[in-house]
Design a protein around this ligand. Structure first.
Ligand SMILES: NC(=O)c1ccc[n+]([C@@H]2O[C@H](COP(=O)([O-])OP(=O)(O)OC[C@H]3O[C@@H](n4cnc5c(N)ncnc54)[C@H](OP(=O)(O)O)[C@@H]3O)[C@@H](O)[C@H]2O)c1
Length: 324
């Protein structure tokens, strides 16, 4: 017992409202965090996934011959969707198509070889031709490229950043425009665009700036279209992966293989498919959402300094490797 309270009963009474207020606030904060945690457990591990065939019998996946896109194509086929496979290499597309059709009997595929870094309008014309008459229920805007190495903004060759903008920004926006009219007409559809933690989780992504900026475009495009097309029954979702063990992660971050915090493309895809049709923005894999939660609790200044030091180290390493 507090002796000071015994000596000054009036002072003690005056303190009660503060104690009550503070403990109520503490309770509200605790309740909020507990509810968020329970909601996360539910959406990550317990919530049933949607029947994707209800959106329509076909899905279109861009950048599907490697990494996340390839894994998503396999998962969609497993869920009973026929596939329009879009990527730049015809031979690789034929291989993926053959693997899908032999692994998932009854699933049909069509392949479209286009290079989004070239003339975007001719790519779109090829895709339009390939999907004519098909009921595309799901679009996965996965295709994305980044810098070959960490560099300052002024060091990036014009050709490189133009290609990044063409593939990440134009490729995503144009593929969306191709499928949305049909979805609006049928009053159903899902458009999933693959963003990046580089634009959404960390406050900056120095030395990969143009890449992060194109991913911010995708995030905002998807978020706004979600509101715009809700009226027509079309779901938009921006998925925000952090590192996934793919060729891209190996190139930019020297990640060779999966770990607890870096899922394989297949593990990522499994989680990604389960989130379609729910919230408009998410990071589907549990390990990524834990990292996002941690990043939220760190001041932006600290994250900026951390990302900058990583970018500078990678740039330095590359200069050493390439210098004679
Ligand atoms: N991996 C990560 O850690 C990570 C993290 C955050 C976000 N993301 C995003 O996730 C998406 C997939 O990344 P990923 O790591 O799976 O990449 P990836 O392993 O490099 O695969 C990229 C796919 O896109 C295709 N592609 C590349 N350039 C193309 C072009 N100009 N035209 C048509 N197709 C093209 C590739 O075809 P080829 O087989 O012919 O090369 C490949 O199928 C990207 O949007 C990326 O920004 C990845």
């Amino acid at each position: 017992m507090n002796l000071a309270c015994m000596n000054h009963p009036h002072e003690n009474k005056a303190q009660y409202p503060w104690i009550f207020l503070l403990s109520s606030l503490g309770f509200i904060v605790l309740l909020k965090h507990t509810l968020s945690f329970l909601q996360w457990v539910h959406s990550t591990f317990l919530r049933p996934s949607k029947d994707l065939v209800k959106y329509g019998p076909w899905a279109l996946v861009t950048g599907c011959t490697n990494g996340i896109g390839r894994a998503l194509a396999f998962r969609l086929a497993q869920r009973g969707l026929n596939l329009v496979l879009v990527s730049r290499n015809h031979e690789k597309l034929k291989t993926v198509s053959h693997e899908i059709e032999t692994n998932f009997l009854g699933i049909q595929t069509r392949i479209v070889a286009v290079d989004f870094s070239k003339d975007a309008s001719s790519c779109i014309w090829s895709i339009e031709e390939a999907i004519r008459g098909l009921d595309i229920g799901v679009l996965i805007n996965n295709v994305g490229i980044t810098y070959p190495r960490a560099c300052f903004f002024h060091e990036v060759e014009e050709r490189v950043w133009r290609e990044i903008v063409r593939v990440n920004v134009e490729g995503t926006a144009r593929a969306t425009r191709v499928v949305v009219p049909g979805m609006v007409q049928r009053r159903r559809g899902a458009v999933v665009s693959i963003g990046s933690g580089a634009a959404t989780v960390v406050p900056s992504h120095p030395l990969f700036t143009s890449y992060a900026a194109t991913k911010a475009f995708i995030d905002r495009l998807s978020r706004s279209l979600h509101v715009e097309y809700k009226l027509y029954g079309v779901d938009f979702l921006c998925q925000v992966p952090l590192y996934v063990a793919t060729r891209m992660a190996s190139k930019v971050a020297s990640i060779e293989g999966e770990s607890v915090y870096v899922p394989s493309p297949d593990k990522y895809a499994r989680a990604a498919i389960d989130h379609i049709g729910y919230e408009p923005q998410c990071t589907p894999h549990w390990a990524h959402s834990l990292q996002w939660c941690f990043a939220r609790s760190v001041p932006n200044r600290v994250l900026d300094a951390w990302r900058l030091s990583i970018g500078l180290k990678r740039r330095e390493k590359n200069i050493k490797r390439t210098s004679p």
